[in-house]
Write a protein that binds this ligand. Sequence first.
Ligand SMILES: [Zn+2]
Ligand SMILES: [Zn+2]
Length: 281
Amino acid sequence: MQIVDYHVHSAWSPDSRMSVRKALNYCRENHVKEIVFTEHLDMGDPGQIPYLDLSSYLVDIEASKLEYPDIIIGCGLELGMHPGNIKATETYIHPYEWDFLIMSVHQYENIGFCDPMLLQRFEKQEILDKYWNAWFYNVEHFKDFHVLGHLDYLLRYQPISIEEFEVWTEPKDAMLKRLIERGQGIEINAKGIKSLGRPHPSLNILRRYKALGGEIVTLGSDAHSVSNIARHFDTISQYLKEAGFNYFARRDFEKKEFYFEKLCIENYAGVNSVNKSFLME
Ligand SMILES: [Zn+2]
Ligand SMILES: [Zn+2]
């Protein structure tokens, strides 16, 4: 089994200063065989204007592929989507070909889901409804993505219990069924470990996706710095096993399709120890 990380932000994202080469050097030294850069694109977010220059980003990644032939490099985006920016996002990304696209929900209308003051401005139920409705609408009206990113991101920032978040309703099943029909998946995102003590999304969501026939789960660190690349992958692999999966998904960028690799937790021991020594330097 190879160590692959399908969610990494380089300095092409506004919130990372890690150059693509720095990330790739780290991968080379730490036996990470595949890395997919998934830079932020949240159309309508004033903090991201001017938007990511997609053609320059693609040129940079193409050049890095020649410099690092020993590493599989994917060029992707993490699309921050809501019903109000679907058309603009489609228009912006469609002229280019993408290896991997994550669709996330970070905000909707006047609600930034990471806003620490959110519960002072809105009722809890209103926030929950907006959050889930953004997902339902996005999945129904936007098709060009491969996985849903950190599906329970809201819980990372808001004091909302998992029980309140996961009141299971037909639209949630309908959304997961739609993904399955279209061959799309969910990512396991290690970033939740720091704040929630577990990866995103919850085991219940993963188990429900599986029970409905879902198979596609990718593994991502959501790293914005080298020390977080492929970090906690032993934990997220174990977590995926607990959810009932024996395989995780990778993409064949040539054939443009998913394939599966068996989970093997022992593989990550080396990476974690190297990560630790790296931090001590
Ligand atoms: Zn995100
Ligand atoms: Zn991210």
